[in-house]
Ligand binder design. Sequence first.
Ligand code: ADP
Ligand code: MG
Length: 351
Amino acid sequence: MAKSTGVHVISDDLDEDRRPVAGEPVLEIRDLHVTFRTEDGPVYAVRGIDLDVAAGEVLGVVGESGSGKSVTMLATLGLLPRTAQVTGSAKFRGEELIGRKPRELQRIRGAKIAMIFQDPLTALNPVLRVGKQITEAIRAHRSDVNESEAWKRAIELLDMVGIPRPEVRVREYPHEFSGGMRQRAMIAMMIANDPDVIIADEPTTALDVTIQAQILELLKSIQERTRTAVVFITHDLGVIARVADRVQVLYAGRTTEIGSVDDVFHRSRHPYTRGLLASLPGLAAPGRRLNPIVGSPPSMLFPPGGCAFHPRCPLAEEICSTEQPPLRAIDELHRRTACYFAEKLVPGVET
Ligand code: ADP
Ligand code: MG
């Protein structure tokens, strides 16, 4: 609770028991840079990313492999190796996370920020029963809950995430669960403490298409019920279209476009997004179509100068190789794009 001394102390300002109200900023990342020291030289993984997600909202973060999606979130949560140099700001409900001591971060993360990864096997402990892992997750942050109450809650949670016969499955080990069931168990663990934000990093990528659809439905229904803020990371625009309210597109460690799902999917103003969309059947923007992107993403040891996308871009001109285009507001919508020639992508304008 905030102390009434009149002294503004950020860490005392966070009322841990109060849920953020819809629209309240939950994560605010500003000018985040992450550089890894490697034997080959510095890897410029994240190069000035801003990211916002508010309570009640699902932000989809999309981009090809290596664009900096995971590193952005791992840096925010203090989960990168020591070879990573992180600068900039990342606030969780107003509280700065960058530069915090590991113990303080652990406290904030554990109860209030839930993470779900592509491979739940690496996140689940193979030698502990699934139920035990859920009860430990609950009891780590709730000393008032006893062991048998926590087991009851674990069974309820498994039931909630669609695991059949939860009173039996709760006593099984992760290897006795299928891939889809393990991801459901992860989600149960993740929601055990009513987090304020869920960070889901490619949570369905390892699953087959049918199971993937079921897990997306589950995540969506949990989000709608709890109105938690969600950052949903994926390389798959089709997945974003199903779950997100807003989309942020990353390329080579920077943001190329941000807007509502509708604007970005149907009225994209960035040639990279257009290229991603063009490779998705049935999702390409109307009007003039660009072909799917040729070439591959750059090495972050030597990112191209100017706009990092210029070597692959059908619209690129001289300025694109020398000047970094700023992320700018375009038309009257809440949409921003980092392209000098975004206006050429307005339908009806010949390019
Ligand atoms: P993605 O968008 O696929 O999640 P990442 O955020 O994992 O991409 O990676 C961004 C860039 O950072 C990539 O070029 C990747 O090779 C590099 N990278 C990630 N982790 C490390 C590390 N521990 N050491 C060196 N480079 C790394
Ligand atoms: Mg990743």
